[in-house]
Design a protein around this ligand. Structure first.
Ligand code: PLP
Length: 397
């Protein structure tokens, strides 16, 4: 106990303690917080398309729960596969225009399972230095030769690919869209290099699936390289209904191999039917029409342009992750509000500030995330709150 308490004290002392705000309502643009705080405008969920509380998504979950039960009490290969799991896998593969797909309990698990199953000590994996923690952990679990290239630096990737020619197979692994900066991997260039050096490309599409590209297929569709990216991992826990779950989609023999060898798949319970029902309905809605994704894109554009006109610097381009750059960690904390008032000060806007060590020193920011279910008035209120609080604390002239 003493050792843990001193460790906890160190975390507090370093200013990196994370508080969890307790929400007393559904996920959505307007929240009630436990213990009061109604009508809070929420700008920090990954609920990009607003499907977490979409009535059809909820109805599909209830129907699946009633028909297929609360859960499987089993992993997939023992007695945990229902028709809805197979249907969802088929739908995911169709959505991404890939041969097959495999479900996991989360994308964290999908990332934990793929590298070890696919790569041996004869192979090499080349990973962007800012890849998500779950990719980093997944790579740690495999015995391949590891290369870490500088963030989106194609010269560095090329140098590392040249060095990796001595290995049997090369896999370039990158987030499609990076969650801290809202920037998008240069997939065209990555795929060109992969072709030149005979490498495969893996992308993590957690912050892209459902809304990037003309039909919301993701970064590979946006950048016109759907036929050049071999493996996609993504989540069902963000834009696709927001419940939980993850998957890998790609060539059939790879998916077959994962079903045989991928440890988080083999040794963890099947996705619960209600969760499968949510994701399946979310995909139906997105395959019917791209209107929801377009509405989110328009709102993102509104927020970004109004904030820039007000004098703020926003990283990234066109992505609903809008990092409002403040530089100074204390300023970011003050503008985001402290743990007791989790808002851009009094106007009641719920956002989160990030500072070192989550982002580099001097690059503190508040990450605003736009959703299709924000109204134009919500967006304008958020911009006004930032402007008011930014002026008050010297973030704006
Ligand atoms: N990959 C990226 C880029 C993410 O942002 C996340 C979630 O934060 C994950 C993987 C993990 O996804 P899941 O919540 O499905 O485990």
């Amino acid at each position: 106990r003493r050792r843990l308490e001193s460790e906890l004290e160190d975390i507090r002392g370093a200013g990196t303690w994370k508080n969890e705000r307790v929400i007393a309502s559904r996920q959505g643009p307007h929240l009630c917080l436990a213990g009061g705080g109604a009508g809070i405008l929420n700008f920090c969920a990954n609920n990009y398309l607003g499907l977490s509380s979409h009535p059809e998504v909820i109805r599909a979950a209830v129907e699946a729960l009633e028909k297929f039960g609360a859960g499987l009490s089993s992993v997939r290969f023992i007695c945990g596969t229902q028709s809805i799991h197979k249907d969802l896998e088929e739908k995911i593969a169709r959505f991404h225009q890939r041969e097959d797909a495999i479900l996991y309990a989360s994308c964290f698990d999908a990332n934990a399972g793929i590298f070890e199953a696919l790569l041996t000590p004869e192979d090499a994996v080349l990973s962007d230095e800012l890849n998500h923690a779950s990719i980093i952990d997944g790579i740690r679990l495999c015995k391949a030769n590891k290369y870490r290239y500088k963030h989106m630096d194609m010269q560095d990737l090329e140098a590392k690919l040249q060095d990796a020619q001595k290995h049997r197979l090369r896999l370039v692994a990158t987030d499609g869209a990076f969650s801290m900066d809202g920037d998008i991997a240069p997939l065209r260039e990555i795929c060109q290099l992969a072709q030149k050096y005979d490498a495969l490309v893996f992308i993590d599409e957690c912050h892209a699936t459902g809304f990037l590209g003309p039909n919301g297929r993701g970064t590979d569709e946006l950048l016109g390289v759907m036929d050049k990216v071999t493996i996609i991992n993504s989540t069902l826990g963000k834009a696709l209904g927001g419940a939980a779950g993850g998957y890998t989609t790609g060539p059939k023999p790879l998916i077959d191999l994962l079903r045989q060898c991928s440890r988080p798949y083999l040794f963890s319970n099947s996705l619960p039917p209600a969760v499968v029902g949510c994701a399946s309905k979310a995909l139906d809605l997105l395959m019917e029409s791209n209107a929801i994704a377009q509405s989110m894109a328009a709102k993102t554009q509104r927020f970004r342009s109004k904030m820039m006109a007000a004098g703020f610097t926003i990283l990234g381009k066109d992505h609903p992750i809008c990092p409002v750059m403040l530089g100074d960690a204390r300023l970011a904390a003050v503008v985001a509000g402290d743990s007791d008032s989790p808002c851009v000060s009094s106007p009641g806007i719920y956002v989160i500030g990030f500072s070192y060590p989550v982002v580099p020193k001097g690059k503190a920011r508040i990450r605003v995330q736009i959703s299709a279910v924000h109204s134009d008035e919500d967006i304008d209120r958020c911009v006004e709150a930032f402007t008011e609080v930014g002026r008050k604390h010297g973030a704006l002239p």
